[in-house]
Design a protein around this ligand. Sequence first.
Ligand code: SF4
Length: 91
Amino acid sequence: MQPPSIRRRTFVVGTSLGVALLAAARHALAAKAQKADFGYRPSPKDGKSCASCRLFTATAPGKGSCAVVEGDVSPSGWCMAYSPRQRGDGS
Ligand code: SF4
């Protein structure tokens, strides 16, 4: 059996590594995609636009944010991640 100081050190190092990995995973999950990654454009496509996408949140008149794409997006914009709002989904 290992002495208590080695077990304590192993626990501290293991815990620190775990915390660092969790922080890195959280950052990776929180990061949004670049607009180019999803072919974002500031104009609608086939009548579909951010304004009718469930991932869009209006932030000001003529402006909004997206849950997937980084930066400001236009209510008139569109990208490949477009996901139409469903009736009654509250979004
Ligand atoms: S996923 Fe695309 S279409 Fe939907 S709000 Fe974001 S940028 Fe607009």
